[in-house]
Write a new protein. Structure first.
Length: 230
């Protein structure tokens, strides 16, 4: 069993097999050390031997971000989410990048919708949707004002922001029942979405699924939550 934190061991595995599934882990260690050149080289070589490894492409996107090559990062992230729609970290990074690059709201909403299919009412998605809605409202042409002879109402503040009568989406969390599976729990845990994973387990419990497995998963997640705030 390979220790994924042992860089020397990972380098040995990579030297023996350039297409090893461990190469993105090695590249990520280089990235964390700030060695962008090695991180990039490992991924480029790895992808030549296994072009289907989306984790390698995700690391290349992160390297490009570190190099401030935003359009290159965008290219890699699009490939990642096209090949693995459940890579929530890549989706979130892509959405943030699309906003930063000033891509069209329609394009950004497409990626947000992809994330919402897995995480309905996700708070970060709600924030993005409301930001986009505000931007679209601000950019829409205004009608020519009709001059009124009546004196202005001093009770109205010119600087007060105009609030949309209804938010884009209510700020809550809900799991679509058809998505509630133990596999989804594992996906959410791997992406460190622990509270969402607990919500899925609640749905599974209400559906009468394996109570022992649910209890075990809940205990594991509670421990992960405790560790994450230390």
């Amino acid at each position: 069993m390979i220790n994924i934190n042992d860089k020397t061991a990972l380098e040995g595995v990579f030297a023996e097999d350039f297409g090893s599934p461990y190469y993105p882990i090695l590249a990520n260690l280089y990235l964390q050390e700030g060695d962008l050149r090695r991180a990039k080289k490992v991924c480029e070589v790895g992808l030549k031997h296994d072009s289907s490894n989306v984790d390698g492409k995700f690391i290349l996107a992160k390297v490009a971000m570190a190099e401030n090559k935003l359009t290159v990062a965008e290219k890699w992230l699009k490939q990642v989410v096209d090949e693995n729609t459940a890579n929530f970290n890549a989706l979130r990074l892509l959405i943030s990048l699309e906003i930063q690059l000033g891509r069209s709201p329609k394009t950004i909403q497409t990626y947000i919708s992809s994330l919402l299919q897995f995480l309905p009412y996700d708070n970060e998605c709600i924030k993005w949707l409301n930001e986009i809605n505000t931007l679209e409202s601000a950019e829409s042409p205004t009608n020519t004002a009709i001059v009124s002879e009546s004196p202005p109402d001093n009770n109205l503040s010119n600087s007060a922001p105009i609030k949309s009568p209804n938010p884009v989406i209510k700020e809550q969390y809900e799991i679509v029942e058809s998505m509630a599976t133990f596999t989804m729990v594992q996906v959410l845990k791997s992406q460190k979405h622990y509270h969402q994973a607990l919500s899925v387990l609640d749905v599974l419990k209400s559906n009468g699924r394996d109570s022992d497995q649910i209890a075990k998963e809940k205990n594991d997640i509670q421990q992960l939550l405790k560790n994450s705030i230390k």
